[in-house]
Design a protein around this ligand. Sequence first.
Ligand SMILES: Cc1cc2nc3c(=O)[nH]c(=O)nc-3n(C[C@H](O)[C@H](O)[C@H](O)COP(=O)(O)OP(=O)(O)OC[C@H]3O[C@@H](n4cnc5c(N)ncnc54)[C@H](O)[C@@H]3O)c2cc1C
Length: 414
Amino acid sequence: MKTIVIGAGAIGLSSAYYLRKAGTEVTVVDQAEPGSKASAHNAGWVVPSMSVPVPAPGMLPQALKWMTRRDSPLYVTPSLNPRFLGFMLEMLRNCTPVRFEAGLEVLAHLSSDTLQLFDDMASDGVLFESHTDPLTMLYTNSENLQKHATELEEMEEHIPGFKWRTIPGNDLVNECPFVRKGLAGGLQTFGDRSLDPASLTRGLTAACRRDGVDFRIGHPAKIRIAGNGSAEVEVGGEVLRADKIVVAAGVWTNKILADIGDRVSLLSGKGYGYDLPLKAGGPQFPMYLAEAKVAITPLSAKVRIAGTMGFGGINEQINRVRAQGLLTSLPRYFEDWPSITTPPEPWTGLRPMTPDGLPIIGTSRKRSDVLIATGHAMLGVSLAPPTGKLIAEMVTGENASRHLSSLAADRFRL
Ligand SMILES: Cc1cc2nc3c(=O)[nH]c(=O)nc-3n(C[C@H](O)[C@H](O)[C@H](O)COP(=O)(O)OP(=O)(O)OC[C@H]3O[C@@H](n4cnc5c(N)ncnc54)[C@H](O)[C@@H]3O)c2cc1C
């Protein structure tokens, strides 16, 4: 069986990896270098414990409060476009406790074997930098801490063996050097991981090539329908034929689906980050600044700071004020963050967002030979292996896991 994967981000590469393992002939097509978009520009956390949908109870009042700040962690670029408004309304409809709970269950189920799958990839020779240090979340506000603690309690039911603990405010300073005195406290999760996301996409690309996956890089892909009715992919003047086509093009997915008259409910969620040099006295383990919504990931050669969520169109331009909000939040949590004399250039990444906070992993509503894998929002790295495995199961007709209807491409009113 021949398959084509459009998009060489974490999701496309993982799909290609498992499709090849399942015995199909695979070609990966990308207009840019593999892993050069959101899949390289993120915090690199593999976090079953944070596998919760973005639309959550209380999101609207918080968003409205933040809207007035130019450097806030969450913002919406206003638009009267009916599709944009429809997405936002649908997202609001998903902010109820019942829907949040249902979404959490699906995401927890999807992420339940991801650590094992990452380990299996590593044993298979997929090279990437990965760390097992516990994730420490810092809170300036005890109500926020308590709310998240309740969520973690619930996660215990969904993730076998998941462990976490509360760190009282007074103990934080002893446990986490250079954290500011007077914080409300911390939460620490055990069993999550952090990795260098660019190393993951490099490692997956190399493993795919090793296993015989063909890559066509540097030209945008278009799907077209051949005279005999089958779908083909046109790339750089060449026409590629396959039994199944997987569209895993992140926020650009709808541009490709338009070729077959399809679309999914997807919006871009823009994030920013900085890679700071490693300094003595800097953080040694991953940290989350809860109220500022900033992730800090120490890696072997840099400390990565990532965050912000901007709902809007597909736009990779960098708004420096917005990006610098990440750096200005640091003194709220740290007594003496190693000085940043000249901040490096910020980077940006566009997260593919869905209105219910669940990915789309399923068949196109227009064609049974086109599958879609996108919409992973803040969890595209965490969920890359289970998504790839699920896509391979769907393509080869294996018994795919439950919850598939919650992930179906046609679940939204458009
Ligand atoms: C600031 C930030 C922090 C994050 N932190 C985390 C985290 O800690 N943990 C986590 O799990 N997730 C995190 N994420 C989310 C994660 O980065 C994304 O969910 C994930 O990268 C999406 O991967 P993807 O493969 O779907 O998309 P992408 O990485 O965007 O890949 C899509 C690919 O499709 C290609 N493409 C587009 N159009 C075409 C075309 N016409 N023809 C051919 N190719 C095409 C693009 O060039 C691109 O390579 C974060 C994101 C951001 C922005």
